[in-house]
Ligand binder design. Structure first.
Ligand SMILES: [Zn+2]
Length: 330
């Protein structure tokens, strides 16, 4: 058993599109006869994971370069079942994730309507069940994601599906995707209320790209249980007060923020994370996509200790907050 597997850990923020081991996706792509731009495995691996000194200029670029391929390969019931099972089992083996919440957008897994959403979601749930049968000490749940690039109607369908499968392994809803002028948070706000009424957990990607106004709106009007990233709050004391008071938990993804240039450098990252915790904001440490960024929750913790952002005791506290803020069996 590797040293990284001695502490029981929880991860709340992982995207399925960045979490599957490349050789597994390579096999799935071949089995489905998907025409890839390369016939060489190593070129494929380089296509779907980020090299050590590689950066994206924006979330748009990240989506275009990486998720475009992984989402296409995962767009069938068979593929999504195998993907989900492999991530949950892998998380347990690699860093003792005894609790894992995994998120994906079913609308980006149905080949523009060619595949049936219910089949995709059911297959994902079966993948989850399979993983739990194989690793019975693990608790896991799936979060269905809405997206800024989808229409309000499409996002409403995602919330409706999440409600339908609540209690069967779907534990919450999220909203992600790069900033879009056409997108209105006010338009989707009632959808989050529907999710809450259905007993689902609510998390929202915001305060990642630096849009502080949007994050203030989310905290005030949507009042989610958790926020994906939320690092912009470090610039606003009143917002940090509100998060601390409400007990809203942030899902921090340090390496992802550096790779996507959401923070300038390690110094800025240190200042943000240190500031949030010093202000009483609850934060958890996550990967966003362990395979995409070559990381895991254990490595993220060690990295934060190495750069002096957090102490080992604080990392343990963040891990405890992750267990506390989980949507599983609420
Ligand atoms: Zn994310």
């Amino acid at each position: 058993m590797p040293a990284s597997t001695t502490i029981p850990r929880a991860e709340l923020h992982t995207h399925l599109g960045g979490a599957v081991d490349p050789p597994i996706l390579w096999s799935i792509a071949h089995r489905q006869g998907i025409r890839l731009p390369t016939k060489d495995y190593w070129e494929f691996e380089a296509m779907i994971t980020m090299a050590a000194h590689d950066h994206n200029r924006s979330l748009n670029e990240m989506n275009e370069r990486f998720y475009k391929w992984t989402e296409l390969i995962q767009s069938s019931p068979e593929a999504i079942q195998e993907s989900v099972a492999s991530v949950i089992g892998g998380g347990y083996r690699k860093c003792n994730l005894v609790l894992q919440e995994l998120r994906f957008n079913p609308m980006f897994r149905n080949r523009s309507g060619e595949r049936d959403l219910d089949h995709i979601i059911n297959a994902a749930l079966w993948g989850l069940e399979r993983a739990i049968l194989e690793y019975p000490t693990v608790k896991a749940g799936l979060i269905l994601m809405m997206d800024r690039r989808l229409t309000r109607e499409q996002n409403a369908i995602i919330v409706q599906k999440a409600s339908k499968y609540r209690g069967k392994g779907i534990i919450g809803v999220d909203l992600a995707g790069p900033d879009r002028r056409s997108f209105s948070m006010a338009e989707v706000a009632p959808l989050f209320q529907r999710a809450k009424d259905a007993g689902l957990g609510v998390t929202v990607h915001c305060g990642e790209t630096g849009d502080l106004d949007e994050m203030r709106y989310v905290v005030r009007e949507i009042a989610p249980d958790r926020i994906g990233h939320g690092i912009a709050a470090a610039r606003d004391r009143r917002l940090m007060d509100k998060l601390a008071e409400a007990g809203t938990t942030l899902e921090l993804c340090p390496t992802s923020n550096l790779k996507n240039r959401m923070v300038r450098d390690v110094r800025e990252l240190k200042r943000i994370i240190g500031g949030l915790l010093a202000h009483g904001v609850r934060a958890t440490i996550n990967t966003d996509g362990p395979e995409l960024y070559h990381t895991n929750v254990h490595k993220e913790g060690e990295f934060l200790i190495k750069i002096g952002a957090l102490s080992r005791k604080q990392i343990a506290q963040c891990n405890q907050w992750a267990f506390d803020a989980s949507f599983i069996r609420r």
